[in-house]
Write a protein that binds this ligand. Structure first.
Ligand code: PNS
Length: 167
């Protein structure tokens, strides 16, 4: 395998919950970059309430990435570029699934660039088997009793079933 690029990158997101598609991007990032910090948004300003708390979301990712020595998970509740500066990260890595992602990601990348032109946004194309997969879709499927066992880690599927049953 080629040598990893020096330095820290962030893989930010809501991760409510983490899917196998996110884990694919995180794993591939860990093969390219020296240190990957998966950062879980904890924003009280967000309109939609999350199914899982930030601590729970962090825990699922830690469990699923424990075998990757250069990956860690942190929660952030400030501006992403500020958090990147705090950690000395020079790049943000995100997955891109389809054209429909492009508009949102274009806006986010331009916003983040305006806030800090030194921090580069890098997009990794989703693996084809995950190009349809989203946390929202998985939650919807689980809400109506669909089988999500090959879309999210086993512990996430079980926790979703429990949490949705409480509602
Ligand atoms: O697609 P997601 O998972 O909702 O993305 C979350 C995040 C933070 C990566 C995206 O919203 C972003 O790039 N935001 C930039 C603005 C920012 O820093 N917001 C602060 C969130 S606490």
């Amino acid at each position: 395998m080629a040598e990893r690029r020096d330095g820290t990158v962030l893989c930010p997101g809501s991760y409510d919950p983490v899917t196998n598609g996110h884990l694919d991007i995180i794993t591939r990032s860990s093969q390219v970059f020296e240190r990957v910090v998966v950062c879980v948004v904890n924003s009280p300003l967000r309109k939609n309430k999350t199914l899982f708390t930030a601590e729970e979301r962090k825990g699922f990712i830690e469990e699923a990435t424990g075998h990757l020595g250069n990956v860690e998970v942190q929660i952030f509740s400030n501006l992403l570029v500020e958090f990147a500066r705090q950690l000395g990260a020079k790049s943000i890595v995100k997955g891109l699934r389809a054209i429909s992602d492009f508009e949102y990601e274009f806006e986010m990348a331009q916003l983040n660039r305006k806030l800090d032109p030194e921090i580069e946004s890098i997009y990794m194309i989703a693996s084809p088997e995950y190009s349809f997969l989203s946390s929202t879709g998985v939650k919807e499927m689980a809400t109506f009793g669909g089988d999500v066992s090959d879309l999210v880690p086993g512990s996430v599927a079980a926790a979703m079933a429990d949490r949705l049953a409480e509602r």
